[in-house]
Ligand binder design. Sequence first.
Ligand code: SF4
Length: 883
Amino acid sequence: MPDGTRLPSINTTCPYCGVGCGVSATPNGDNSAMVAGDIAHPSNGGRLCSKGSALGETLGLHGRLLAPRVDGKRANWDTAMARAAEGFRAAIEKHGPDSVAFYLSGQLLTEDYYVANKLMKGFIGSANVDTNSRLCMASAVAGHKRAFGADTVPGTYEDVEGCDLLILAGSNLAWCHPILYQRVATAKEKRPGMQIVVIDPRRTASCELADQHLPLKPGSDVALFQGLLTYLARHDCMDEPFIRARTNGVEDALEAAAPYDLTRVSQETGLPATELESFYARFAWTEKTVTLFSMGVNQARDGTDKVNAIINPHLLTGRIGKPGMGPFSMTGQPNAMGGREVGGLSNQLACHMDFDPASVDRVKRFWTAPNIAEKPGLKAVDLFEAVEDGRIKAIWIMATNPVVSMPDADRVKAALKACPLVIVSDIVDTDTTACADIVLPATGWGEKDGTVTNSERRISRQRAFLPPPGLARHDWQALSGLARRLGYGKWFAYGNPADIFREYAAMTAFENEGTRDLDLGGLSDLSDSAYDALAPIRWPVRKDGGQIERFFEDGQFFTEDRRANFVAPALSPKPAAKPLPLILNTGRIRDQWHTMTRTGRAARLNQHIGEPFAEIHAADAASIGITDAELLTLSNRKGRIAVRALITDEQQKGTVFVPMHWTGLKANAARVDSLVTPSPDPVSGQPALKSSRVKAAPLAPAWYGFAAGLSLTSPEIAYWARSTALSGNRMELAGSEMPDDWAGFARELFASQHDGELVEGVAGPGTYRAALFERGRLTGILIASSRPVAAARDWLTAQLGHIITGPERTAILAGFPGEGAADPGPIVCSCLGVGRNTLIDAIRDGATTLNMIGTCTGAGTNCGSCRPDIRKLMEARNENADA
Ligand code: SF4
C-alpha cells in the first residue's frame, strides 16, 4: 500500500512438504508479504519450520517468468497456445493419442491436477499423464492397493503423536517433515515412555529422539520386517480373531517369512541379533505402534514389497484402524495426495478408480467423455524413454524440473532436446525450461488458488494473496485453453477453482455408496463463498454426513471381499554382478526444497548449507586420499559430479549421501540424478533413487576459492557452486590450473572489466586475495588457495555493499573479522540467524540444555529444526571436556 498499511491476513497452506502446515500471510502491498504459522490449522497449530518461515523471502518478481516464450522469443498467450494446440493436434492425428503426454507435479493444486487428468484421459484419449510424485510415493500407493484394495492412508497425525512406539522407517522426519517431528518431540517430552526407533542406514537428525537406531545395510528392509513377522508369530502375538475375520493370505505370508530367523536377518541387515531382538520385542509388546515410512522405503527396486512387509505385521497384530496404531505413509510433496486422489498417476483413472471396465464406463459417463482412455499410460521412467525413442511427440511439463530430478537426468535432458514439441509451465527458468520450445509463465505460491491434501488426508485451501505477475496464468486456465483449442471447450468452461472442486467432489461420490474410500460428496455443493472459507478438513466427507476419523475402524477394507490382504514379498533383488564400490543414497537437506526454484531464493535458507556435498565415511575417504572439505568426484557410466567431501561416521562404510537439490544453474557439476540408474520397482514404477553404484576420486584441483559479490558470473573452471546471500551472491570455486592473470580472472568473475578499484592482498605461494571496491563500497571478494579456503564466509558476505576503509580492508583480505569483531560462524539456526561460533560460545559459557541455549541465543526456539545440530555441538563439547 502506498502509505505502508498492510492488507488483511489470508490463511493459506505451505507449498513444501506433505505435513501441510497452515500459513497466515499478510501482504505488504508491494508483492511481498509477512508470513507466520496459522494458529488455527490442525497440522501445525501456528508453527512453521525454517523453510515455511522463510516463505515471505521467496516472493518478489526477481527472476520470475512474466510472459510466454516461443522458440526463445517473447510471445503472447494466443501465439503460444496456438502453437501448443497445433503441435498436440498434429501428433494426435498422425500418431494417435498416446503420442502426447503431460508430466505434472505434486506442487500443483488439486484443481490443476483434475483438469489435466480429465483432458488427457477423458478427451485426448490417452492415460499418458504422470507426475513427479511417481518418484516420491508410488510404491506406497501400490502397497496400499495390494493390502487394502485402495490407496488408503488409514491413520492421522494424532495417531503418530499418540502412539507408544513410533517406528521411523526410511524417514528423516526431523529434516524432511520438521513440524510433524516437532509434534512427536513434544509428545515424547510429555510422555517419556513413548519409544522411537529409527530404521535408516544413516544416522540422521531424526536419531536425536530415538531410543534405538537400526543402521541396517541399504536395501535390507524387507528382511528386517520379514524377521519381525516371524518373531510375532513365534511369540504368540497374532490377533487371531482379526486375522480370521478380516484378512486373507496370512499362511502364505508366514511361510515366506519363516526362513527369516534372527541369524538370517542379522546376516542380511548387518545388525546384531541382540539389536534385532530388542526391536522385535518392542514391537511385540507395544500395542499402540505406528510405523511411519517415507522415501527410504518407497524409492527402491523393491519399494512396493517393502511397503507390504511393513503393513503385514500391523495386520498380523490387528494394529490398524485404531487410535495410535497403523502403518503411516508420509508424502514428500505438498499435494502428492491430491494428485493421486484425482488420478494424476498414469496407472489410475480418476478419483481412486482404476482401468477396470466398470470404472472406465463410470468415469466416461460422469465426464460425458468422447475419448475415454481404457488402459494405463506410461509411468515416469517409461514416459521419458518414450520421449527419447520418439513415441512421444509432444509433452507438456508443469511445475517440475525433470532434467534435474529424474534418474538418468542427462538422458532425460537429451530426450527433451530432441523431442519435437516440449512445453514447460513454471514460475522461473530452470534446467528444464532450457529444453522447451514453449515456456509458459505460471502462477506460484501466493498467487494460486485451490486446494491441497496433506499426508493425513486433510484438504486445506491454498489461497491467493498476491495478483498473478505479468502475464502469468493458473495452470488450470492454461489447460482449459488447450482443451478449447482442441475442440473440448464446453467441458472445460470453468469460471474459477470452486467450479472445478465441486465437479471433482461430485465425481468422488458418483455411484460410490461406500465402495470407494475417497468420497467428498459432502463438499460437492459448496457455494463459491463456502469454498473460499473452507476450513481444513480430513476426507472422507460423505454427503450423508458420515464422517470418520480413521479408516478400517470397522474392519472393512476396499477389496472385493472387504478383507485386507497379507502380501508375501518377492525375493530381494540381487545386486549387480560387479558393482562399483559405493552405494549412492540421495535425499533432502533441512533448508532446501526440491530443485531450489523457491527455497534457493531465500538467502537465509542458503546459509545452512551453501554448496553440494557428499557425506562419506572416513575409511572410504582415506582409501581415495581425501580429507575433509576437499572436493571429490563421483562417477559411473552415466556421468560424473563434483561435490565437497563431508567426512562423517554417520555414513556407513561403502555408502555416500548426496543431496538432490543442486541444479545446473546452481553448480556446474552437481546434478546427482545424472548418476542414478532408474531401476523402477516392477509393481509401482517408482525408480530406485538410493542404490546406484558409483566410484569416488579426488578432484585434486590446483586451487580452491571462495568468492562473494553483488554480482558473480559463472566461470569456465573445474568446479563452482553459487548461492544467493542476504546481500549479493557467494560462490565456492576450484580450478584445475592456476590462472595466469588472477586480476583479470577476478574482474571477470565480478563482471567488472574496468570499473572499480581492485585491491589485491599479499599473496603467499599458491594463494591469491582480492577485493573490488566501487565508490568505496565492497562489491566483490575473492580468496583462492591451493588448500580448501578458510574464511568467515557469512561475515565476508555480510560486508558486501558497505563502505570499507583502512584496517577493515586488511580484515576483508584476510577473510576474518579483525580483533574485537564477532564472527558468528556458519549459520545453524536459519530462523533466527544464529551461527555456530555463537552457539559454541554459549555452550562454553555454561549453557547445558537446549532451553538454556535458546534463552541465551534464541537458537532453536522457532521451528526447532536446528535442535539436532545444536545437540551435536553440545555433545562434541562434552566429549572434548571428558577427553
Ligand atoms: Fe512447510 Fe515445514 Fe510445515 Fe513442511 S513442515 S509444510 S515445509 S512449514
